[in-house]
Design a protein around this ligand. Sequence first.
Ligand SMILES: Nc1ncnc2c1ncn2[C@@H]1O[C@H](COP(=O)(O)OP(=O)(O)OP(=O)(O)O)[C@@H](O)[C@H]1O
Ligand code: SF4
Ligand SMILES: [Mg+2]
Length: 346
Amino acid sequence: MTGPLLSVRDLRTHFVRGKETLRAVQGVSFDVEPGRALAIVGESGSGKTVTARSLLRLLPRTARIANGQAILRVPKRAGASGGHRRGSGSASDAHREVDLLALPERELRRVRGREVGMVFQNAMEAMNPTLTLERQLTEHLLWHGICGKTEARERAVRALGDVGIPEPERRIRTYPFQLSGGMRQRAMIAMAMLTEPALLIADEPTTAVDVTVQRQILDLLVEVKNRGTGIVMITHDLGVARYFCDDVVVMYAGRVVERAPTTALLDEPQHPYSVGLLGSSVELGDRARPLLPIPGSPPDLARLPSGCAFHPRCGRAELPRCQTDQDLVTLTDGRETACWKAVADA
Ligand SMILES: Nc1ncnc2c1ncn2[C@@H]1O[C@H](COP(=O)(O)OP(=O)(O)OP(=O)(O)O)[C@@H](O)[C@H]1O
Ligand code: SF4
Ligand SMILES: [Mg+2]
């Protein structure tokens, strides 16, 4: 496959609040490669979830995608069970491309949950509490026309086993509320992976579970990644990013302020906001280090500061230039930062 699996370009998502426009996502761009995981990190309210949900157009009614492209290149699946892929593209195509933001709703529903799997912070959001796992998982496969009923059940049991749910033959007959939080989260991952999606979007998939289960879920996602699935992982936990993700995008006030390979970003952050974020976060195995919160608070998205939106909180700000400069600039090795001072120092 040539080119990335997902290319997001200049995504802008706004909320309408009375007469005000809240710019929750403002020109976000990134790529996701097959078999690689991209972390999206940033303080609460920085636009991580709105970015992820915009890609699947799963947004509240007050939200509007004002601009952008999200080109998904879906590879042809080797050994997929007999021609279940619908849509454009001839049999000889290596892949087909769809713009998730422009697809008609009917087509998007086919892509969502099939080519793109979703894992949310709260498993109950993705599951129907009134249906057994068997119904939900098999109906998911049947709805997408992937296989018949008997095979769907077999696949569903196998998928539950694959995510480490013990006695999947028995557990498949239970309802989501009968499972522990960790088991539910795994069942949701099983459901997301059932259709062997090319891309998995995971929004804080391990926040609601304890550390042991967190590690198991991450190891599971490593396997998923190693099978070639591209992953977008939204996380507050920089330890999760370090353990699991290949690249990191740092968001502040709806913008990408830095983008770099994980080790480069976590070991040598360039943007003052990334530096602050690292200083204010606990990483696994680093619990003794004193935390230094970033002073101030994120801006009101309806009244964003001009230029670099971080300037009112930035210890390195130089006015007036920081009130006008804000472009994402490439440093070296493909890393990008939206701070002119960091670029000048590099
Ligand atoms: N339903 C909504 N109505 C109005 N504004 C919203 C809504 N959801 C999100 N927003 C706005 O979009 C911004 C980004 O929200 P988002 O949920 O993407 O943040 P986040 O980075 O995922 O934060 P967290 O780490 O807390 O999950 C918020 O600051 C908020 O102002
Ligand atoms: S552009 Fe200025 S305000 Fe923004 S991060 Fe860099 S130094 Fe700080
Ligand atoms: Mg969120």
